[in-house]
Design a protein around this ligand. Sequence first.
Ligand code: ZN
Length: 149
Amino acid sequence: MEEKTCLNCGEPVGPGRRDKKYCSEPCKTEYNNRQKEQKTPVAETRVPPFIGEINQILTANWKVLKDCLGTKDTCRMRVRDLSGRGFNFKYFTSERLNEYNDDVYYFCYDMGYKFVTINDEQKVVIVQNEQMVRLTGPAFQAAEADRLG
Ligand SMILES: [Zn+2]
């Protein structure tokens, strides 16, 4: 008959009851403690409330941009109109630089915008995705000017 070994240390359990699982009491205690540790879930890092609040702002911003764009790939909006819709310019997820003209685009996840001043009025040009930043070189901007008026 094959010799039973201790669940904790792997040594033979020696003589005793047939259902003996450990070579000694300390081994039994150690094994049980380890099982308990493994079952205790690792404490999750608590996310402070302000992170949730910022996520809500970003989500609201995203919806405003999406509403403005509709099915278009780009559009122009007055800054105050965006603010009027509850857009919060303080928060964005990333920045992209247009290497052609050094325009800085502020992204809210997939959509972005850049500030432009037209006839002394602060506006934003919203773009549908990052690819459009690279597309907005001189040729594109001429076409954009035609399209947006
Ligand atoms: Zn043991």
